[in-house]
Design a protein around this ligand. Structure first.
Ligand code: PA5
Length: 443
């Protein structure tokens, strides 16, 4: 892809012929379905499978919610939350809530925590608004969103009645399984299906991400278009040297083999902060298993240069960095000359803020490289729906390749069950009686 660039020249590594071949083999496994976790490869050709009719159906449902509500509560956690949150933050004005005229409904999130204070504040604030909800859970049984949904559903029913609630609540869930599916069928909620073969963290381009984003006014057709272009650019017919996902996967595995156990994803655009969070789930859940895996961390720059910068520059040398760089800023603000120059900033007069940001980025890159932190640089042309769609698919494809190169099943997450067992035992859930006694004795 012309507009998406990946640069590993500042990593100090050579990707060996073996690593290149391993990346190509791993990419081929995603295609052939002969690798571990092959029940969950539906995301590989998901972008190209999305047609105009699917986009239109999602947009039509989003339009109905937009017509009814100025506040849409999107309920979900993990893969049923982070993709929509990441794209929404990237695409929208960070100060939109300060604007007197709101064109789009406000989309807020719930069910991504069990904070009483958070849900209470949301319920209170929602009183001033006309509300609707999108409830998302693939399993349909996840505790955090189930708690939030019980509260929001009750509020909607109290205010508008059960019949109207079925016009204001949309479920995104499995086609047949789970409590949410049963509930949605019983209550007559419009429902979108999460395909069986797409795991939560790879589901942003299903209705899991697309419906809340369409409700918020994001151009989902452009998002999908970007992902489609990246699907082509990372296919098995693309040579290693031209395939950014294969190069990224091979570079990070090479660095890992050299003792770089922590990858820090960073950007100089705060709008991309939740892309970092989405990426951490994608890579953390996909690779962190069997005692292996690069630990995914993140920074937002330049803010974190004033906190994490010290460690990155001089701490333990187990880090490498991946920076998402944005070629074209979405606004223009020039630093003006000041007659008194009391702040000493006149040497920057006439420069755009983005030039200063760029020099910070380049200066930091070299400082970190000099400090022993290899640097991978991803450049996207600008922050728009198409570029973000391409970026998300790039990371997904590279994650699948990288996980197979590491020798793990990138599509399961057995480790996330441990906390749930303990929590249910502590909450005396029926069926957990023995575990309950045992865990309480340990407290
Ligand atoms: O990636 C995953 O599979 C998880 O993070 C899930 O998305 C998360 O646990 C939410 O699951 P569900 O959609 O079933 O409520």
């Amino acid at each position: 892809m012309e507009t998406f660039k990946l640069d590993i020249s500042k990593t100090g590594i050579e990707v060996s012929a073996e690593m290149q071949a391993a990346a190509q083999r791993a990419n081929a496994l995603l295609e052939s379905g002969e690798g571990a976790g092959n029940d969950f490869l539906g995301w590989v050709h998901l972008p190209s499978s999305i047609d105009d009719a699917q986009i239109a159906a999602i947009e039509a449902q989003a339009a109905k919610l937009r017509a009814k509500a100025d506040l849409i509560v999107c309920i979900g956690i993990g893969g049923s939350y982070l993709g929509a949150k990441a794209v929404l933050e990237a695409m929208t004005d960070p100060f939109r809530l300060l604007r007197k005229e709101q064109q789009d409904p406000t989309v807020v999130f719930a069910g991504q925590n069990i904070s009483e204070e958070y849900i209470h504040a949301l319920m209170e604030a929602s009183k001033e608004h006309s509300i609707a909800a999108i409830v998302i859970s693939k399993s349909g049984t996840t505790t955090e969103p189930a708690i939030a949904f019980r509260l929001i559903k009750a509020e909607i029913e109290k205010r508008y009645g059960k019949q109207e609630a079925a016009e204001r609540i949309v479920a995104v869930t499995d086609k047949a399984r789970g409590a949410l599916k049963t509930l949605a069928t019983q209550e007559g909620y419009p429902t979108f299906v999460i395909p069986d073969d797409v795991g939560g963290r790879f589901s942003v381009l299903t209705p899991v991400g697309l419906l809340p984003l369409a409700a918020a006014g994001v151009d989902i057709a452009a998002l999908v278009r970007g992902a489609q272009r990246m699907e082509q650019a990372t296919g098995t017919d693309v040579a290693f040297g031209q395939n950014p996902a294969a190069i990224y996967a091979a570079a990070r595995n090479t660095l890992y083999a050299q003792g770089k156990k922590i990858e820090i994803l960073g950007s100089y655009e705060p709008k991309l902060q939740y892309v970092n969070e989405w990426w951490k789930q994608l890579y953390g859940e996909s690779e962190g298993k069997q005692g292996k895996g690069i630990f995914p961390a993140s920074v937002t720059l330049t803010a974190d240069l004033h906190s994490m910068g010290q460690y990155i520059q001089e701490g333990e040398r187990t880090l490498f960095e991946t920076i998402i760089s944005v070629a074209k800023p979405g606004a223009e603000v020039v630093i003006e000359a000041d007659a008194e120059n009391l702040d000493g900033l006149n040497f920057m007069a006439g420069k755009r803020i983005s030039e200063v940001n760029r020099m910070a980025e380049l200066g930091v890159q070299l400082a970190h490289v000099d400090g022993g932190v290899p640097n991978i640089r991803i450049e996207i042309p600008q922050i728009d729906a198409e570029a973000v769609g391409a970026l998300l698919y790039f990371f997904e494809r590279a994650c699948g390749i990288s996980g197979y190169m590491l020798g793990v099943n990138p599509f399961d997450q057995p480790g996330v069950e441990a906390y749930k067992k303990n929590m249910f035992a502590l909450l005396d859930k029926p069926g957990y009686e023995e575990a309950s006694k045992a865990i309480k004795a340990r407290l």
